[in-house]
Write a protein that binds this ligand. Sequence first.
Ligand SMILES: CC(C)(COP(=O)(O)OP(=O)(O)OC[C@H]1O[C@@H](n2cnc3c(N)ncnc32)[C@H](O)[C@@H]1OP(=O)(O)O)[C@@H](O)C(=O)NCCC(=O)NCCS
Length: 171
Amino acid sequence: MTSIPTLETDRLTLRAPQAEDFPLYRDFYADAEGSGNYGGPLRPDEAFRRLAADIGHWHLRGFGKWIIVFRQTGTAVGGCGLWHPMGWPRHELTWWLLRAFRGQGIATEASRAVILFAHRTLGWDRVETHMRDTNQPARRLAERLGGTVTDRVTFPDGVTRDVFLLPEGAA
Ligand SMILES: CC(C)(COP(=O)(O)OP(=O)(O)OC[C@H]1O[C@@H](n2cnc3c(N)ncnc32)[C@H](O)[C@@H]1OP(=O)(O)O)[C@@H](O)C(=O)NCCC(=O)NCCS
């Protein structure tokens, strides 16, 4: 079993997903508008499977998604990490936040720590992300991280997406 490390940034702790995070997943996926670009809305039992998959991915792949927690208050607000589903051609940096916590730079701050982790701890030479053309917040985030479009790929779900390469020293 992979031991899941904890990462710290100025405002955030990125820690392993755990059973106690179920309410966070339930609430995120119950919000149809907030989770619409992330496979939602989902019923609570489906959200539980997402949590189980996020934990399992660490053990299957040796990397995965963290829970993002405010250091000062301990409030869990979403997730960020590295994801590579079976059968998909590449791994990606991915993020999701409860709507109440968007617009504060949280995903940007978490991403920088995860990109450094990918390079320095996992030894990756590339960190990429991709999103639907209609997902403007995710696209803005990739650009804010200094990402540049290096490819356009049709993924196994039939959706064609731009692929962004994210620099190691994301601005
Ligand atoms: C993608 C997603 C995580 C982006 O969230 P976000 O809040 O826009 O991103 P950040 O947390 O980095 O915040 C950036 C915003 O905060 C503002 N901001 C405020 N303080 C900031 C700070 N200290 N540092 C950086 N940005 C800051 C930025 O100006 C930016 O606002 P803008 O987009 O209006 O220009 C969010 O939209 C989401 O959870 N979507 C649903 C899941 C999803 O679609 N995931 C991607 C699938 S491909």
